[in-house]
Design a protein around this ligand. Structure first.
Ligand code: GLC
Length: 723
């Protein structure tokens, strides 16, 4: 083992000769290594082809991190297997999901990141309460130790190492509607018309797999989408972005250009005998592009031109663990076994057949049986498994750099590895319309933000199984604070568009979505602020407050610096318990973005009321939030002329509003405007200051600021300032 000191807080420990992933952004050639025997905090046992790291935990230690995983926010008490897996049943005992983010914070002690792209198992207080046992399936990997007791500094060190979070276009902060599937142009137009007719804002409609011709990637089924370019521009004119799905498996079919090009150029993964590996996914038999090969990425990335040439800038890369329904040979063996049972009286064998059918998917042996030709040599997929989704996404992004160089894009991927947050994001995969999955959604929003995925979200309303009106209402209310605000549901389940239930539900959902749109100036400004400061946008309370209770709260979270969200996530509830740390809070029971129903709370623990139509919003003492109260159908419909500032100010508060074109990277060269808003209270009087900072290149559209400031008694003070 050897070590290299990167900075005051961060040391890299290197075991063997690791596969160089793309997780970090620093210049590795400058590293100066020295030999070393041990790592503080860890005891290490190296075996043949595996390494075990052991960390002693005290009773009070809290362990956070691990990005996209199930389990509580404090990760103690469970085993987590970081091996990208397409498992659509997210029940509590499951150990693996779609991504791998091996970054851990041991609160108030230190943090670490294991850069290894194969399987890692974290047993955190599961086998033994006072131990974290980490098993790495290799002797070649890097560990970075972040030696600072401040949790926020641990996060910052990790983000300095792995890069600044990606920034989507502004429209991606609007509401997004998805369904597997809206199968043709007529259905999508109907959905779009419903949004506009019913006066419910929406910015994006997704196109799931049925838009393709027989699920062939980079094709469009003409019979369902006659004149696709015209359809795309019709949608654009109505203010809708289309977001097509892209799957990695390329259908084996003579004459299909993507397949033919892949074969001609030798772009697909092969098995141990040098034959192309065959996996079955939606299109039937497919080959997997070898995204770890830079030439393959170049080829694949340019394919998105099919869509970007028409102005489409939103995509979701799915099934890229990669998901494998089955391998033809294995299915045949299985069917043969059933055949043999045909003439027998079947008893216990029934369970064997049943379980084996499920276990045909995503078998470990499949991943061991195909290979990647990387610039670092040939590796089995199993060895670098967790990188496949990242490199598919990197192919997309490298393509965008050429075909839409200065355009921001919305790019979701299902699978990901550490560092993925720099180039794109993920959604949380196939959850269910279960109340329990709202809590899973909230926990993961926080854990993923700790790992740099500031812009992310779950399928709102739940993907699998049937939703109910109340569940969708409460989930859509939680979604007001989810950076990615996308409602998605699976084939065969109950529809959950805002109008899918009854008029009462529709009215509440309309107001809920409008509340989200009103909050976009706050969310967007705070998002930029979070990226600049490398401080999670959605953050657990422990990053903001030092009290012991805050460290254990997982169902409340900060959104930027001024808002604490405390969503209602139980059925038939008329409110919930909340912990209000450190300072006073202004509780806004928001049933409508234009109507304030507020009450001041002292710090403490309370049961607060929140009826089915009310979204709980807590505004921190001495802070401001910014609203756009004008009704809009979509984010970029009208320039924002007037901002409403709501504040809870007992001394002083300030907020910086950020504005740019929302769709390019020009903000990097100074094309943005900022408005600094300050509210001071002296001798029971409020002073208001507004300072506009804009350049010739970018002028703010805001002309007027309306202040609505509450004092500690809950009295309102108003002012209007023309700017
Ligand atoms: C996968 C995705 C889901 C999508 C479905 C069909 O299950 O996770 O979001 O709708 O495939 O493409």
């Amino acid at each position: 083992m050897k070590k290299a000191i990167l900075n005051e807080f961060t040391t890299l420990y290197r075991f063997g000769i690791p596969f160089e992933t793309d997780a970090t952004v620093f210049e590795k050639n400058d590293l100066v290594f020295e030999k070393c025997e041990k790592i503080d905090y860890f005891s290490i046992v190296e075996k043949e082809n595996s390494t075990t790291l052991n960390i002693k935990l005290s009773n009070d230690d809290k362990v956070y991190g691990l990005g996209e995983t199930l389990g509580s926010l404090n990760k103690r008490g469970k085993v987590y297997r970081l091996f990208a897996t397409d498992d659509p049943i997210h029940t509590p005992e499951k150990d693996a999901l779609y991504g791998s983010h091996p970054f851990v914070i041991i609160s108030n002690k230190f943090g670490f990141f294991i850069d290894y792209p194969g399987e890692i198992i974290f047993d955190i207080s599961y086998t033994k309460f006072d131990e974290m046992i980490i098993t790495i399936n290799s002797n070649n990997f890097d560990i970075y130790i972040f030696d600072t007791k401040k949790d926020i500094e641990v996060v910052r060190e990790y983000l300095k190492l792995t890069g600044k979070p990606y920034i989507p276009p502004k429209w991606a902060f609007g509401y997004q509607q998805c369904r597997w599937s809206y199968p043709d142009a007529e259905t999508i137009k109907d959905v779009a018309n419903n949004f506009r007719k019913r006066n419910i804002p929406c910015d994006a409609i997704y196109m799931d797999i049925d838009y393709m011709e027989n699920y062939k990637v980079f094709t469009i089924d003409d019979s369902k989408f006659p004149n696709f370019p015209e359809f795309v521009s019709e949608m654009k004119n109505m203010g809708f972005n289309l977001v097509p799905i892209v799957d990695p498996g390329v259908k084996i079919e003579k004459g299909y250009d993507v397949y033919e090009e892949g074969i001609k150029n030798d772009y697909f993964c092969k098995d141990e005998n040098g034959e192309y590996f065959v996996a079955t996914v939606w299109p039937g038999y497919t080959h997997f592009p070898d995204f770890l090969n830079p030439q393959v990425r170049e080829w694949w990335g340019e394919k998105y031109k099919l869509f970007t040439d028409l102005g489409i800038t939103g995509f979701w890369n799915d099934m890229n663990e990669p998901s494998i329904f089955f391998v033809p040979k294995t299915l045949k063996e299985y069917l043969k076994k059933i055949d043999e049972l045909k003439e027998k009286e079947v008893g216990l064998e029934f369970f064997m057949i049943k379980d084996e059918a499920v276990n045909l998917s995503n078998r470990r042996e499949y991943y061991k049986s195909f290979y990647h030709n990387t610039p670092q040599g040939k590796y089995s997929n199993d060895e670098i498994h967790n990188l496949y989704g990242y490199y598919m996404t990197k192919a997309t992004v490298e393509g965008f750099e050429k075909i839409i160089p200065n355009k921001r894009y919305l790019l979701l991927s299902r699978s990901s590895y550490a560092g993925h947050h720099r180039i794109a994001t993920i959604w949380m995969g196939d959850n269910m319309s279960w109340w329990e999955h709202m809590l899973v959604n909230i926990r993961m929003l926080q854990s993923l933000n700790l790992s740099g995925f500031f812009y992310t979200g779950a399928d709102i309303g739940g993907f699998g199984s049937n939703s109910s009106p109340e569940l969708v209402i409460r989930w859509m209310q939680l979604g007001v604070f989810s950076p990615l605000y996308r409602n998605h549901s699976a084939l065969g389940t109950r529809h959950q568009e805002p109008w899918a239930f009854d008029e009462y539900t529709e009215e509440i959902l309309r107001n809920t979505i409008k509340l989200r749109y009103a909050l976009i100036p706050y969310l967007y400004s705070e998002f930029f602020n979070s990226v600049d400061n490398l401080k999670p946008f959605i953050s657990p309370l422990f990053l903001h407050f030092d009290d012991e209770i805050s460290k254990n709260i997982e169902d409340q979270f900060m959104v930027g610096n001024s808002i604490m969200a405390a969503p209602v996530i139980q059925p038939n509830a008329k409110g919930r318990y909340v912990h209000l740390p450190e300072n006073k809070w202004l509780y806004w029971k928001a049933s409508n973005h234009k109507y304030r129903n507020v009450k001041v709370y002292e710090p403490g623990d309370y049961y607060i009321e929140a009826d089915l139509n009310e979204v709980p919003i807590f505004i921190r003492e001495n802070s401001l939030i910014i609203l756009n109260e004008e009704d809009i159908n979509y984010v970029n419909e009208k320039p924002i002329k007037e901002l409403t500032v709501i504040g809870f100010v007992n001394n002083s508060a300030e907020f910086t509003y950020f504005e740019d074109d929302g769709e390019t990277y020009d903000f990097n060269s100074g094309k943005f405007a900022k408005i600094k808003i300050v509210v001071n209270k002296e001798n029971n009087r409020y002073n208001f200051e507004v300072e506009k900072d804009e350049s010739e290149d970018f002028v703010s559209t805001v002309e007027r600021i309306k202040f609505e400031i509450y004092d500690e008694k809950g009295n309102k003070h108003t002012e209007i300032i023309e700017i």
